[in-house]
Design a binder for this molecule. Structure first.
Ligand code: ASP
Length: 453
């Protein structure tokens, strides 16, 4: 059995819905279909999820009547797809569901209201897909995640799965004879309130169902043939990745590979279910397989890929005899915790420590407060802040066994004239991280790709 998930670009219009229908019905093992909300398409420049967020904002700012104007555009979009697919009758259900969101709206809790709207994109996509598959002669049922046991933590827009959900989902889905069509992106809290995952969260739903049902493979259809070893916007025809481990994929998604939501690896990683990233526009292409382990001897690729991400700030702290001062690191990190900031990396020397954080995590005035406290409470000799940094991450399980990758990588960066502000190799040896000035980032990635591939 397979769980098969389709992203928004695969559901943007009736033509894409037809492709999905053909993919699902071509393999009897494709029993559970997870859908996103309709995304950007040839004639539709805006994702339905973004239209729903705008509807929520408009309603909260200017009232229900103003919100209804935005909502109508979404109803029209579903109606056009349903009409062209030959299932216009499903609009009775979808139209009533969408209209009900504003009619019964409780605006006293904006985050809860916004999550209810956001979830409606996938929810109605699933109702439409179930009606369409059934019309093709393949009986399919829409399943409501809240009733099926998708129980999540109480965090609007950032919910996490609770362990008990896996058993509940297994029980409620196992006995269904029809094809299950399950909306991605949301579930409910223990007390019954609707909550959504972070953006891109339908990937997480698919991974949870794959783990709950212990399927053979989780197929994740998107709009690219493969995950590539480097950003295709930087390099022409980059090397496709055919096989990659969960750990490698996690490192690549961390630093800007957006093909697969980074939180969506955890549920499948725990139980070792392979994830197959494939292209809904080119279903005969085998795509990228994400698995537990892969061969890393000299015959196979040692470096899986090179990723990069902008928008980092580093805080360098030095103090003579830091290595002998018990609790220094804890107190330094406590200052960040007090500001609600999670750190990304902490390369250290004997008497110094650098903390790298995402600049977006800094609230106004936070940097000044942090520096002031490091000086006054920790009595540091020197504190230096660098903004506008990028991280380039070279990822590969095989680096552990190969000699000389670091030297050829640093040589490539120096030949390209890229100054390295920091190098860090995690203890796992799966990745090597270079911090560089953001203006040099793309140049650095290209130089590393040319050298290592
Ligand atoms: N529709 C949601 C988003 O745009 C979730 C998803 O597509 O995975 O983020």
């Amino acid at each position: 059995m397979k769980v098969i998930k389709f992203g928004g670009s695969s559901l943007a219009d009736d033509i894409q819905f037809r492709k999905v229908g053909a993919i699902v019905t071509s393999d009897p093992e494709r029993r559970v279909v997870v859908v996103s909300a309709p995304g950007k398409g040839v004639n539709d420049p805006v994702k339905v999820t973004d239209m729903l967020i705008k509807t929520a904002e408009t309603t909260l700012e200017r009232g229900v009547d103003a919100g209804k104007v935005e909502l109508q555009k979404i109803i029209d979009r579903y109606a056009s797809i349903a009409e062209k697919l030959g299932v216009p009758e499903v609009m009775e259900r979808i139209g009533a569901d969408l209209a009900g969101l504003l009619e019964n709206a409780d605006l006293s809790h904006p985050a809860a209201f916004t999550d209810c709207l956001k979830a409606a994109g996938e929810d109605n996509s699933a109702k439409l897909m179930a009606a369409y598959l059934t019309s093709l002669g393949y009986p399919a049922v829409y399943v409501d995640p809240r009733e099926a046991g998708m129980i999540l933590s109480d965090e609007y827009g950032n919910a996490k799965i609770l362990d008990k959900s896996f058993d509940l989902l297994n029980k409620s889905l196992s006995g269904i004879k029809e094809i299950v069509v399950f909306p991605g992106f949301f579930g409910r809290t223990e007390s019954g309130r609707l909550v959504t995952f972070p953006r891109g969260g339908s990937d997480i739903t698919g991974a949870i169902l794959a783990a709950a049902l212990k399927v053979d493979v989780y197929e994740n259809f998107t709009d690219v043939d493969y995950v590539y070893a480097v950003n295709p916007k930087l390099v022409d025809h980059p090397t496709p990745i055919t096989l990659v481990t969960y750990r490698e994929m996690r490192e690549l998604s961390y630093a800007g590979f957006n093909v697969y939501q980074e939180e969506a690896l955890l549920p499948v990683f725990r139980v070792g279910i392979p994830v197959n990233i494939r292209n809904a526009n080119n279903p005969s292409c085998p795509g990228t397989m994400i698995v537990s382990s892969r061969p890393v001897d000299a015959e196979h690729v040692r470096v899986a890929g090179i990723a990069s991400d902008k928008g980092f700030t580093s805080i360098y702290v030095s103090k003579y005899l830091m290595n002998r001062e018990i609790g220094f690191g804890r107190r330094l990190l406590q200052i960040l915790e007090d500001e609600g900031i999670s750190y990304e990396h902490t390369p250290t020397g004997i008497d110094d420590m650098t903390i790298i954080i995402r600049s977006a995590a800094l609230k106004p005035g936070a940097l000044d407060r942090i520096v002031e406290r490091i000086r006054s409470e920790l009595h540091a000799d020197d504190v230096q802040v660098t903004v506008g940094l990028s991280l380039i991450v070279v990822v590969g399980e095989g680096m552990k066994h190969a000699v000389g990758i670091a030297s050829s990588a640093t040589a490539a960066l120096s030949q390209a004239g890229v100054n390295i502000s920091m190098i860090s190799q995690g203890s796992s040896e799966v990745s090597m991280i270079f911090a560089v000035n953001s203006e040099d980032c793309d140049k650095g990635v290209t130089a590393l790709y040319n050298e290592l591939f």
